[in-house]
Each structure stands twice: as C-alpha cells, then as structure tokens.
Design a binder for this molecule. Structure first.
Ligand code: FES
Length: 441
C-alpha cells in the first residue's frame, strides 16, 4: 500500500506546483497588461497635450501674423482670416422674439476690438439641410468686449411654432455649448471713434443692434461725444434693450433717446412708456435738431431706411453724412422711375452690357450706373444668395463664365479665382469681352 501513498503524494506535489505556476504567471500577465494599459493611457494623454499645445501655438501664430498684417495694413481683418470655431456661451431673451447670443472662441484666446457698427459672418449647419447657411449679424455690444462677441437676432416669423430659417433656429433651438464657425468682424458701416462730432442714430426695430454697439463703445471709452438715438418700433413688446438704454441715459449726460411707437399696445401711455406716437419721420427729427448739418447713422427695415434716406436728402443733409447698414435685398438709395438705382458715385460706366445668367437662362441689359450685378440679378428675378452686400462675407460668390467685372466702390475679400462677388461688382469698362458678362447663376 506504500506505493499508493507515494503516487498520491507525488500527484499532490505536481498539482500544487501547477497551481503555483498558473497563479504566478496570471499575476505577472495581469501586471504586464496593467502596465501596458497605463503606458498606453499615458502615451494617449501626452499625445493629447501635445496636440492641444500645437493647436494653441498655431492659433497664437495666426493671431500674431494677423496682428502684424493689421499693423501694416489697418484695413486688414482685425483678428483672423477664414473661419474660426466659437461656442455659444450665453443666451439672453431680449423680447419675446429676440435673443442675444454671446459667442466665445473655442480656442480660449482673446478677441480683438472691432469697430462699433461692424458685423459677424456666421456659417450655420441647420438640422436636415445639406448645405450651410451663411448669415451676417451686427455686433450689438461694446467693441471692448474681448472675451466674447454678442449678436442679437430677431425671429423673423415672430412665433416659436412657425419653424424654419436661421433666425428661428437661433431663437428657439440654439443651446449653450453649441459650436458655430465665424468670420472676423467686418463692414464699412461703423462709428469712427477718432471723430468727436455729435452722432444722430436712427434705428428701426432690430436695426438697433449696430447702433447699440456704437453707444456702448462711446460710453465704455469715456468719450463725451453727444449721441441722440431715435428708435422706431411698433410697441413696447418689440422694444429691444429698453432697460439698458434707460440705464445709460440715467448714467450719462451725452446720450439721449427718443422712442416712437407706431402701434402702441393698450395700456402703453405716450410720455410715460414712449415719447412719440407714430412712425419715425424727418418731421420729428427736425423738431429735435437745430438743422440738417449732422452725421446720421441708420439701420432698420428697407422701407424705413429708404424713406428716411430720401427725406434726409430733401431736408438738406449732405449725402456723405448719411451712413447706413443694408443687409439682404435692401436698396436704400433713391431709385429712378424705372426702378434702377441711380448713378450716385461717378465712375466710367461700361458701354451698355449684356448680362447672361446661364443657369437661369436669362439675359438682361446692364446700362451703366451703380447697379451691381446682384441688384441686376434680383431685379430680373434671378435668385442669388447674399449676406453683407459689402464684399466681405463671400456668400454671393458666383462663377464668372465670361467677361470681366470691376469693383468701383470697395475691394472684395477672399474671392476665388474665376469667381466674382456680384454684390459689389459691375461689368468692367473695356474689359475682356466688354459688352458681355456671363454668370453661373
Ligand atoms: S453678399 Fe457678402 S460678399 Fe456679397
């Protein structure tokens, strides 16, 4: 029987040694695996830090380069070229249908000052739409805000239940933390802060936004420039920045505001809730000013601006004292009886030119003057998207299939080779194929 115990003992020893080997190798393997896991995590972290640092350096470099360009050329973009990612940082409801949006750069770097009155160009990717929508919105806060930019957007439908479009999206769907691509502030409509003459500001509805930026900027700087704001609205429910403007008037002697309600709500009392009943007109402005020799800055709906523009000219305000912002299909300047904008700035017009819109299969005569190719297209029923109408946002960029164009008033920004910006382009006098321009529109 002894040999049985010997065999059993041997088997027990072998089994114990096998177990010991298994446990040891599993432990070692686990340790090796864990060490590998943590090594990988560490490498990943290091890679992330390096990528973030590279991104920060690139952003810094871009800002430095642009700052140098800006110094060399004051007309260069103030902060960056192309698109830059921003985050929705804060949303403030100003009226039942208007929202202010605070946008902070995703890279966390500071923002440069802009000129009060300028606008931002934003690229919206709306749910369910394959192509981005480009829109321009005036900056509505003081130019010294270096951590964020603020825009103020009114829902053009005026009701949350009527869906569609960028202004509805901004008012009812945008949320804190959403991202958006933004171009640097731009635009030729601004208050020149080196001047000290009084500024007369004429706002219609949401057109208050660039004028609010002018007011905030002058007061932020501590300038003593006198400002008088005439604000035309339908009623108090549409009164954007009502409390803020009241506060500013209380605190500063160089800003005054006159509110005109064309259709006040019941319970709103003239002299208490607003100053004048009726549409804002030059008759009213004449009552407040000693004469026409002032600089006027206006922004509002097309009819508001074209009416005031005409009335101010008739009163004797020099045309170069009337400054205005016209986004979208707004033609503010006086029209000839046939609806063609009149020749206001002298330039050598091309001989009568035929403009073909290839995709729309339409041909029209462009007969000189300052009607841009965008004006010509819209007047002819050719659809063409547009944003700033100042050659800055690029949203109207169109392929030039034949002929040449000129830019008599301002030079285009970032136009691709073989394309043009119809919002500021006219057929080029004596250009190649003078007498004919063909656009891919
Ligand atoms: S509409 Fe902005 S560049 Fe033409």
């Amino acid at each position: 029987m002894d040999w049985v115990f010997v065999i059993a003992g041997g088997l027990l020893v072998v089994f114990s040694l096998t177990q010991l080997f298994f446990w040891t190798s599993t432990g070692i393997r686990r340790q090796v695996n864990e060490r590998g896991y943590w090594q990988l995590q560490r490498q990943l972290l290091v890679a992330k830090i390096q990528a973030a640092e590279a991104q920060r350096q690139l952003a810094q470099q871009t800002l430095l380069t642009t700052a140098a360009e800006t110094k060399a050329n004051p007309e260069a973009d103030v902060a960056w070229r192309g698109w830059r990612k921003f985050l929705v940082q804060r949303l403030v409801r100003e009226t039942p249908t208007t929202t202010s949006v605070y946008l902070a750069p995703q890279d966390g770097l500071q923002l440069a000052e802009f000129k009060p009155g300028q606008f931002l160009t934003l690229k919206f990717g709306l749910p369910g739409q394959s192509s981005p929508q480009i829109r321009c919105y005036s900056l509505s806060d003081g130019a010294r805000a270096t951590k964020y930019y603020r825009i103020t957007v009114k829902d053009i439908h005026g009701k949350p239940q009527i869906q569609g479009g960028v202004s509805h999206y901004v008012n009812w769907q945008w949320a804190i933390g959403d991202t958006i691509e933004v171009k640097a502030p731009a635009g030729d409509f601004f208050l020149d802060s080196s001047k000290t003459e009084p500024a007369i500001l004429l706002a219609g509805g949401v057109g208050i936004t660039p004028l609010m930026s002018m007011i905030e900027t002058v007061l932020q700087r501590g300038d003593h420039r006198d400002m008088l704001l005439f604000y035309g609205l339908r009623h108090g429910g549409e009164h954007i920045f009502k409390d803020r403007l009241r506060e500013l008037v209380r605190q500063h002697s160089n800003i005054n505001v006159l509110n005109c309600y064309s259709n006040p709500e019941s319970g709103e009392v003239e002299g208490r809730d607003y100053h004048f009943r009726g549409r804002l007109s030059v008759e009213l402005i004449k009552r407040a000013l000693p004469g026409p020799n002032f600089h006027f800055y206006m922004c509002g709906p097309t009819s508001f601006m074209s009416d005031l523009f005409q009335q101010l000219l008739e009163w004797g305000v020099p045309e170069d004292h009337i400054h205005f912002e016209a986004f979208g299909p707004a033609t503010v300047k006086p029209m000839a009886t046939d609806g063609t904008p009149t020749l206001i700035e002298s330039m050598t017009p091309a001989a009568t030119c035929k403009v073909h819109f290839a995709r729309s299969k339409k041909t029209v005569n462009w007969n000189g003057g300052d009607a841009t190719l965008l004006d010509t297209a819209l007047k002819s029923g050719v659809s063409m998207s547009s944003g700033c109408r100042a050659g800055q946002c690029g949203s109207c960029q169109t392929k030039l299939l034949r002929g040449e164009v000129a830019y008599p008033k301002s030079q285009p920004h970032d136009v691709e080779v073989g394309h043009c910006l119809p919002c500021i382009a006219v057929p080029k006098p004596n250009g190649a194929n003078a007498g004919e321009v063909v656009l891919d529109a």
